[in-house]
Design a protein around this ligand. Structure first.
Ligand code: NDP
Length: 244
């Protein structure tokens, strides 16, 4: 796909779905601005594509000032932002009875506030442009609550509500919104699970259903970005075929 006319910010680009999307869009010649905490991993992606235009930023999405600095730098360099992809997330699942309040707070901060920080930083610019596209990685867990995943699901239900509200508020400003809801995908996400039983459950589940590869989810993001100006893909759910 030719995306050479698109300036795309990807938050949470250092591994998994975000990294695969960065690689795919680099091949599509998009101008890329990549953010995550692990800047070395972002620079590894940049170095794979010496002919592409790729900026990398060390950023924690829970810190609005850092997110805004990336957005401001992008506008200063390229004059506009076509897409922000809010992809950063963690999934430390555990039964509620374990009372892992620190993990709950981290999930709320990264999975919800991280998305809101991205939205808050780009929206004034996109409204001014009267164009733009906000994409967020949600989950099948944003549709169905799984056992021992109540808080993670809660964050993903919230994000879906926020994105649908954004869609309704910003249609008149010609701003597209896309919710990407993957099923089980082989990434480093399972490393964020600290409960040993839950980690094994997630890994076994992925294996048993022949889970998705990150590049397969990236192709859904590419599809949403590549649509005509008058067509907005509101949500894409991509499941492993064997995930019920
Ligand atoms: P990974 O763990 O491979 O990727 C997570 C990404 O989020 C990394 O780039 C990580 O970067 C970034 N991130 C986490 N915390 C922060 C933070 N505070 N600030 C900036 N970046 C952060 O997992 P996935 O690729 O699977 O996850 C991507 C998204 O997909 C998440 O929102 C996840 O909930 C969602 N998802 C994943 C599914 C799966 O089965 N894998 C299924 C459904 C949805 P760094 O650590 O360098 O900061």
């Amino acid at each position: 796909m030719d995306l050479s006319n698109k300036v795309v910010i990807i938050m949470g680009a250092s591994s998994g779905i975000g990294a695969a999307t960065s690689e795919l869009l680099a091949k599509d010649n998009a101008t890329l601005v990549l953010g995550a905490r692990r800047i070395d991993r972002l620079n590894d992606i940049k170095n794979q594509f010496p002919d592409a235009t790729i900026d990398t930023h060390e950023v924690d999405v829970t810190n609005f000032d850092q997110v805004k600095a990336v957005v401001d730098d992008t506008v200063a360099k390229y004059g506009r932002i076509d897409v922000i992809y809010n992809n950063a997330g963690i999934m430390p699942t555990a039964p509620l009875v374990e009372g892992r309040r620190d993990e709950w707070k981290q999930m709320l901060d990264i999975n919800i506030m991280g998305v809101l920080n991205g939205i808050a930083a780009v929206l004034p610019i996109m409204v001014k442009q009267q164009s733009g596209h906000v994409i967020t990685t949600d989950s099948v867990a944003g549709h169905v609550v799984g056992p021992d995943a109540a808080v993670y699901s809660g964050t993903k239900f919230a994000v879906r509500a926020i994105m649908d509200g954004l869609r309704m508020e910003q249609a008149e400003n010609n701003i597209k919104t896309t919710i990407i809801s993957p099923g089980s995908t082989g990434t480093e996400l399972f490393n964020s699970i600290n409960d040993a039983d839950q980690k094994k459950f997630a890994e076994d589940f992925f294996k048993n259903i022949n889970g998705l590869q990150p590049a397969q989810v990236a192709s859904a993001v590419e599809y949403a970005i590549g649509t005509a100006d008058n067509m907005s893909v509101s949500e894409v759910i991509v499941r492993p075929t064997r995930q019920s």
